[in-house]
Design a protein around this ligand. Structure first.
Ligand code: ATP
Ligand code: MG
Length: 256
């Protein structure tokens, strides 16, 4: 039991959720390592939604609302960390959820679908009858009425290869990735450098605010968006946060 007073309470509780996801057969063991890589970047970011992340989250919300056929991709880490929040986002932007796994097994796909259903998900793409071109077979499987036909896909924690393949298909790809240097972050159309536990509720909040706008106003919001600038800003924010840890602020116990 982690006490609430622990300085890393939220981070440790998030870790517990991932461990539970592995125990329940929802998350892959590789998902644990992915979470660890993310945690390291979150530390450098300062474990908060930075200005560049918030700006990208607003663009993501507008893109999802503008989409004709938006789809939200769900993997084992997303299903363990933010299942209720991702269902809520899907409802706000009217996008189905599609389970899409890098280390795919039909058993894990079924478990995630059941998990999402049990939490109230109604709009799910459950077929695996199509393939993403240029990707090897198991990792390429998608729903012909879901990701295959989607114009905008939200991929929280996507692999770099698949992200590129989706972009090459002409889709607007929104990635959530704490590492601004990953191939996923570098090749997505919109990259949100933030933890999914903060990013998903933030996108929902922006979507709720933007929902009343006319299409033309939404288009104005996304016009001129430059993802390279977002990534540069995210890297700059990490650099500034890093520099703020000056030697003076480090606690070094005296030698006795
Ligand atoms: P790429 O193949 O795109 O270069 P990678 O090999 O670094 O990426 P993977 O290990 O395939 O990445 O996937 C994990 C990615 O997900 C990491 O970049 C990590 O920073 C990110 N990540 C892990 N946990 C979270 C989280 N909770 N929120 C946001 N991003 C996360
Ligand atoms: Mg990778």
């Amino acid at each position: 039991m982690i006490p609430k007073s622990h300085p890393r309470y939220l981070s440790l509780m998030t870790r517990e959720l991932i461990v539970e996801g592995v125990r329940n057969g929802i998350t892959s063991t590789q998902g644990l390592i992915a979470q660890g890589r993310g945690e390291a970047f979150d530390y450098l970011i300062g474990e908060k939604s930075t200005d560049s992340a918030l700006a990208a989250e607003k663009i993501a919300a507008a893109q999802l609302l503008l989409a004709k056929r938006p789809v939200i991709s769900v993997n084992g880490n997303v299903a363990a960390l933010v299942p209720a929040e991702i269902i809520k986002l899907g409802e706000i932007v009217n996008a189905p959820l599609e389970v899409n796994l890098f280390h795919r097994t039909e058993d894990r796909v079924d478990k995630i679908i059941k998990h999402l259903h049990s939490l109230g998900a109604r709009n799910l793409c459950v077929k695996s009858d199509a393939l993403i071109p240029g990707i090897d077979h198991e990792r390429a499987k998608v729903d012909s009425d879901g990701i295959l036909r989607a114009d905008v896909v939200l991929v929280p924690l996507e692999d770099g290869d698949r992200c590129k393949a989706l972009v090459d298909m002409g889709k607007t790809v929104i990635a959530i990735d704490l590492n601004p240097l990953s191939r996923t972050a570098q090749c997505a159309t919109v990259t949100i450098v933030d933890n999914i536990i903060r990013a998903v509720p933030n996108i929902s909040k922006f979507a709720g605010e933007l929902k009343g706008l006319r299409k033309e106003e939404l288009r104005k919001t996304v016009r001129g968006y430059d993802n390279k600038e977002t990534l540069c800003n995210a890297i700059y924010e990490i650099k500034m946060n890093f520099e703020s840890f000056s030697c003076q602020s480090l606690y070094i116990p005296p030698i006795i």
